[in-house]
Design a protein around this ligand. Sequence first.
Ligand SMILES: Cc1cc2nc3c(=O)[nH]c(=O)nc-3n(C[C@H](O)[C@H](O)[C@H](O)COP(=O)(O)O)c2cc1C
Length: 431
Amino acid sequence: MKNFHPLSPTDAYHEATKHSWASVRRNAHDLDWSTQPSAYKRYGADLPRVSLREETPAKRFLYRVAGITAKKSYPGVEYYLRTNPSAGALYPNEVYFQARGVEGFEDGIYHLEVASASAVLLAPIGEDEGLEAALEDRRRREGLLLFLSGVYWRSSWKYRTRAFRYVLLDAGHLLGSAEAAALLWEKEYRIHYRIDREGLGRFFGFGREEGMLSALDLGSVVGDEVVFPAANLKQVDPTGSFEPNERIEAAYRESGYLQGCRKESRVPKIPFEREAWAEAIFRRRSIRQFSRRPIGREEFVQILRWAQAPVPSDCDETLELYCVLNRVEGMPSGLWRDGRYLKTGDFSAEAGYLCLEQDLGKESAVTIFIASSGENYAPLYQKAGLVGQRLYLAATVQGIGASGIGAYYDDEVRDFLGVQGKILYAFALGR
Ligand SMILES: Cc1cc2nc3c(=O)[nH]c(=O)nc-3n(C[C@H](O)[C@H](O)[C@H](O)COP(=O)(O)O)c2cc1C
């Protein structure tokens, strides 16, 4: 009998949610519009709200994390786009934060209410209590402490079981937009994946439909350890409809067990001119069609340099960025990684095919595939999303179009790249 290595539960989830040419055709389904979940969680109208439109550094920061920046209208539907992108514009994440000693905010725990550009005060906090209790280092912080959750049904309504990948990627994009805003604010930041998910879930009153994924810490330690606030919050329905998905819930649970985490403490410097960076945060959009004009070699190098800068976190994983160069001035076409060609030739049509036959992958200047052999699924996938946000912003600053691509033929991409690990994400850059 051959050696048999059982898959870890998250590897099994990844395996089961691969797209292939056949699976996409076999599993095509119509959307049930009658059960479409809401993309906005709303806490009671009686709770105090703080507008984020006023100009204080913290409010500006929070608006940049997930503020609404565009409205799209189609016959019968209107929807709003945000600073952060999202697979299918379904926004399966919520942002909560704690403010302690922050101008414009009473000390307390808040929900970021994207629809009204405000923060809802969920609970005030005392000196000895706070959400630091959910971190490994529970000492009192002054400043902002963000928490990101996933609400998978918003995405599984459309993408079914593969949706947990998008929940993680989209959370990573939010971490990336918070990073971009923190850099502008000149605040040091650290990402925590090693958080007390159960304790947070209990405090926020989450049911099975919502779970915490990560935290972004902008605070400075100012005191002794704190405990969770004594009173838990009441459950609030985040979607208006719900269909459970056992496979996603199992993957979520398993993704909370982290092993052999490596800490990364380097915090990168803002890579571009500040004003242009601030503008790019608001201008960022997903390009829908490329004109096939090339991008410059230096522009490409700048984008990649930023994408590969360190990401400070308590569980860093290594990502590999494979670039299919289609239209970069002064660089021959081919498959390229870290300054070396793995093969040369025109692979644009193949890249388009691999991205589920989407023209974005074919007509781009560069199509990037992000792969990894890392084991810690939630940190790994969120880092891929964060890197995606860096790609968007570094492209936008330079007037280059970009789009995340969550749909690709997993195993065929692996074969094309010649890698063993997981394919986490694809990305197109160009004009
Ligand atoms: C994880 C992820 C996967 C995506 N996958 C695709 C894709 O496969 N094809 C596509 O055309 N757009 C894709 N997009 C772009 C979204 O459709 C876009 O972000 C969303 O419509 C919101 O628009 P905006 O990015 O302009 O704000 C993806 C975005 C993200 C974050």
